[in-house]
Write a protein that binds this ligand. Structure first.
Ligand SMILES: Nc1ncnc2c1ncn2[C@@H]1O[C@H](COP(=O)(O)OP(=O)(O)OP(=O)(O)O)[C@@H](O)[C@H]1O
Length: 256
């Protein structure tokens, strides 16, 4: 298959391990996350949960975009509070909605992902990004705003990989994509995890996300209600009743 032909050389091989203990975060006086304790081990971890559960808030708190309290350690070291220091420490976020610069080309968008490194290294990483995402090489000079949703999401992931992260966070990468693109995006995230970059992904596509993930957490109203290996979560009553039950039909679901 095509996505096995080019290994992800960008990204860390440090097997980043994030430990979160007693994390609380919110907006002003409004606390969304209360006392969360979780671990993001090497591999692919997925965060599931209904709308408004606090999934995006968790990624924002870990990226330094909103204040947090509690302890967060990346490979045994306290995670800095400032976003730029967190990026330097090897964590990158692909936000919901991609947030590309629509009037800039694919190449220009990717180069922005390598803004922290010197020009020669940036050029080397761009070349590697095009090896990792061959579809983007064909579109190097296309304006990002004129691409399809799936292509734009690919640019957003590639841009994050330009910072060669040890830990990549993705907020609902499959949102609004056609089923085939969802599969391709999830396969890419799996490949990134297999190549050594730890991945933490928020997904609403529960069945497909659990099929590619190693582990998962279920967040409801700002607290964790279930966690475990993906294969066990798929069979758990919390997941089956809330997300995979007969009432909540998953259109793309096939018997596993
Ligand atoms: N900028 C903000 N200011 C105030 N409240 C916010 C802000 N952003 C989110 N919230 C609130 O925080 C809570 C959690 O939102 P969050 O976006 O983290 O949920 P989510 O699990 O990612 O949901 P979704 O799947 O809908 O994106 C919600 O009640 C939301 O209204």
């Amino acid at each position: 298959m095509m996505w096995h032909s080019s290994p992800f050389v960008l990204g860390g091989t440090a097997h980043a391990h994030l430990k979160v203990q007693g994390l609380s975060a919110g907006y002003g006086a409004f606390l969304v996350l209360r006392d969360l304790t979780l671990e993001v081990k090497p591999g692919l971890t997925v965060i599931l949960g209904p709308n408004g559960a606090g999934k995006t808030t968790l990624l924002k708190a870990l990226s330094g975009l909103i204040p947090r309290s509690g302890e967060v350690q990346l490979n045994g070291e306290a995670l800095p509070k400032k976003t730029s220091d967190i990026v330097k420490g090897g964590m990158a976020l692909v936000p919901e909605g991609r947030q590309l610069f629509p009037q800039m080309t694919v190449t220009e968008n990717l180069e922005l992902g390598g803004w922290l490194v010197a020009k020669a290294e940036r050029a080397r990483r761009l070349e590697q990004a095009f090896n990792d995402f061959p579809k983007l090489r064909e579109r190097a000079q296309q304006l990002a705003g004129t691409m399809s949703g799936g292509e734009q999401q690919m640019v957003a992931v590639a841009r994050a990989m330009m910072s060669a992260p040890r830990l990549l966070m993705l907020d609902e990468p499959s949102l609004g994509l056609a089923p085939r693109m969802v599969d391709e995006l999830l396969a890419i995230t799996r490949r990134i995890a297999d190549a050594g970059t730890t991945v933490l992904m928020v997904e609403q596509n529960v069945k497909k996300a659990l099929a590619v993930a190693d582990r998962g957490y279920v967040l409801e109203r700002g607290t964790l209600v279930a966690s475990g290996p993906a294969a066990l979560l798929t069979r758990s009553s919390v997941i089956r009743e809330a997300y995979l039950g007969a009432g909540a039909a998953v259109p793309t679901a096939k018997a596993a």
